[in-house]
Design a protein. Structure first.
Length: 252
C-alpha cells in the first residue's frame, strides 16, 4: 500500500539535527512527506549530516508558518503526547494509531504531528487533532528523543501497511463516511469552530473573559466523529439562522 498520503509534521523543532534524524527514520519506513512548522534552523548542515541517505526527504520538506497551514487539507490529524491533560483526548497506542492512519490514508490526507523537543504540543495545537498517540515507556524515564518517537510511530505505520490486505469489492471509499458522503477537511472543520465560537460569544452563551474551557470541550466532542461536508454545512447553516432575525410574517 502507498504511504504517500501520510505526512509527518514537526512543530517548532529547535534542534536541526533532530530534523535530519526524523527524515532518516521516515525513509526507513517508506514515508517521504515532511512538514516543518516554524523550525528554528532549516536548511542546516547538521540536519543533512544526520539524515544519512535521506537527504531527498529534507530537500522536499515543506516549511509552514503554522500548524493549521500544515494540516489544512487533512481529514485525519493525529497528535503525539507523553503527558496527561486537564481535558482528556482519545488516546491510542502506536499500533492502534497506525491502524487508523493507514486505513484513512487509503484515500485521504493524514497528518501525524510531533511537538517541541522540550514541551511537546500545546493544548491549542491538540485542539486540531482527532486523537492522540502515546508511546508507552518506563515511567521513571519517559522522555523520548524526537527522532526516536518518529521512528516508533513510523515503524508501526509501515508494519500495518505491509500486513494490510486490499479492501474487498464494495467497500465504502475512505473519502466517504458510512453513508457515502464526502468528509470535511481540517480547514473546513476549523472554520466551523471559528463560526461556532463567534455565535456563542454573540449570544452571550460564551463569556470570552471567562471561557471555562468551553470551546475546547466542544471541539473535543466534534473531533470524536468524522464530520462530512454536508454536516458542516448544516451546522453552519444553523449557526447563521441563530444570528439572523427571523423575517416578520405578513398577514392579510
Amino acid at each position: 500500500m502507498s504511504l504517500d498520503r501520510i505526512r509527518i509534521v514537526l512543530v517548532a523543532p529547535s534542534h536541526s539535527g533532530n530534523i535530519g534524524g526524523c527524515a532518516r527514520a521516515m525513509k526507513n519506513m517508506g514515508l517521504s512527506r515532511l512538514y516543518l512548522v516554524a523550525p528554528d534552523e532549516f536548511p542546516s548542515d547538521q540536519a543533512t549530516a544526520r539524515a544519512v541517505g535521506a537527504e531527498d526527504v529534507l530537500d522536499h520538506a515543506r516549511i509552514c508558518a503554522s500548524l493549521d497551514e500544515a494540516v489544512a487539507d487533512c481529514h485525519l490529524v493525529v497528535g503525539t503526547s507523553a503527558r496527561g491533560r486537564r481535558i482528556p483526548w482519545p488516546v491510542l497506542a502506536p499500533d492502534e494509531a497506525a491502524q487508523r492512519i493507514v486505513q484513512t490514508a487509503g484515500e485521504r490526507e493524514v497528518a501525524v504531528v510531533f511537538g517541541r523537543e522540550r514541551t511537546g504540543l500545546t493544548n491549542e495545537e491538540l485542539d486540531r487533532c482527532q486523537a492522540l498517540v502515546n508511546i508507552p515507556t518506563d515511567p521513571g524515564f519517559a522522555s523520548l528523543n524526537l527522532a526516536c518517537a518518529v521512528q516508533v510511530v513510523a515503524y508501526e505505520i509501515w508494519r500495518t501497511a505491509e500486513s494490510q490486505t486490499q479492501p474487498k469489492s464494495g467497500t465504502v471509499a475512505a473519502t466517504m463516511d458510512a453513508l457515502g458522503e464526502p468528509l470535511a477537511t481540517h480547514d473546513e472543520v476549523q472554520r466551523f469552530y471559528g463560526h461556532l465560537e463567534e455565535v456563542l460569544v454573540g449570544t452571550g452563551f460564551l463569556d470570552p473573559n471567562n471561557p471555562r474551557l468551553l470551546m475546547r470541550r466542544l471541539m473535543r466532542l466534534f473531533n470524536r466523529v468524522e464530520l462530512t461536508n454536508n454536516e458542516v454545512n448544516i451546522l453552519r447553516g444553523i449557526l447563521t439562522a441563530v444570528t439572523q432575525p427571523r423575517a416578520k410574517q405578513k398577514h392579510d
